[in-house]
Ligand binder design. Structure first.
Ligand code: ADP
Length: 257
């Protein structure tokens, strides 16, 4: 099955697959034989919220970086929305990351000199979309901050700034939103608000979220938790609850020790 993006001479036919993200034998090793990630197979269907967990050094960041096109795996293939990223040159990969992938980091990385609304609109502007202020405002509205568009980031609380970062990640309607410890710098109550927003993005708007976290309470918001140990998928849990996740993490920690 195919769909067309763009129009006229720039139209590209792309295979439509039900999975937003596919990793097929994706591994990452470094010189002198250090293996950060053994070959991993993983498919994340559209509209799924996946948590990636594991002890420190288990390969979570490596998996996220390879899956998001921030790092090149040394084996296997990554497909984002049906597009294989290995054959893409740097310019095309940058464009794919900007247009088809959203990022939320522990540090929100908002630009302090821009207004909140300009921060949200930034991925659109960088992609050459200049006539769609409505989209940025809708994204800001969807995280409950539609009234704060003219403020600077510093005028907002830490939790609100992270909500702005989520709006910025969602504004392009990306295939996948990658969140790396998105609640790592927040107090538990604010963290719950941010996780509820990610959950809402999945349930209400059909977004796909892949979140790295070390926090069992955060993982409990996901549809599925995947546990890495020593660069391999050790186990997976559907509809994880925080006690189960805690137990698995404790066992993996013991194994790693
Ligand atoms: P996590 O995010 O779970 O803490 P990482 O993905 O950062 O784990 O790291 C997985 C493993 O890969 C670790 O053993 C780490 O030391 C190793 N590693 C990460 N980056 C490099 C690198 N640039 N060179 C060599 N080894 C690396």
């Amino acid at each position: 099955m195919f769909r067309r993006r763009g129009s006229g001479a720039t139209a590209v036919a792309e295979a439509v697959e039900p999975d937003a993200l596919v990793l097929d034998g994706v591994g990452r090793s470094y010189r002198r034989g250090a293996v950060a990630l053994e070959p991993v197979d993983l498919a994340v269907p559209r509209g799924r919220f996946l948590a990636v967990m594991g002890p420190s050094g288990s390969g979570k960041s490596t998996l996220l970086q390879c899956a998001a096109g921030l790092d090149r795996p040394t084996s296997g293939t990554v497909r984002i929305g049906g597009v294989a990223i290995a054959p893409l040159g740097e310019a095309a990969l940058t464009r794919l990351r900007r247009e088809r992938v959203g990022f939320v980091f522990q540090a929100h990385n908002l630009v302090p000199s821009l207004s909140v609304l300009e921060n949200v609109a930034l991925p659109l502007l960088l992609g050459g979309v200049t006539d769609d202020a409505g989209r940025a405002l809708r994204a800001l509205d969807s995280v409950g901050l539609g009234e704060r568009g003219t403020d600077r980031p510093a005028e907002l609380s830490g939790g609100q700034q992270q909500r702005v970062a989520i709006a910025r990640a969602l504004v392009t309607s990306p295939e996948v939103v990658f969140a790396d410890e998105p609640t790592g710098a927040l107090d538990p109550a604010t963290a719950q608000d941010v996780l509820a927003l990610l959950r809402q993005a999945v349930d209400r708007d059909g977004h796909t979220v892949v979140m790295v976290t070390h926090d069992p309470a955060a993982a409990a918001w996901a549809d599925e938790a995947l546990f890495l140990a020593e660069g391999r998928i050790a186990t997976r849990l559907t509809r994880p609850d925080s006690a189960q996740v805690h137990g698995i993490m404790r066992n993996l920690g013991r194994r790693a020790a």
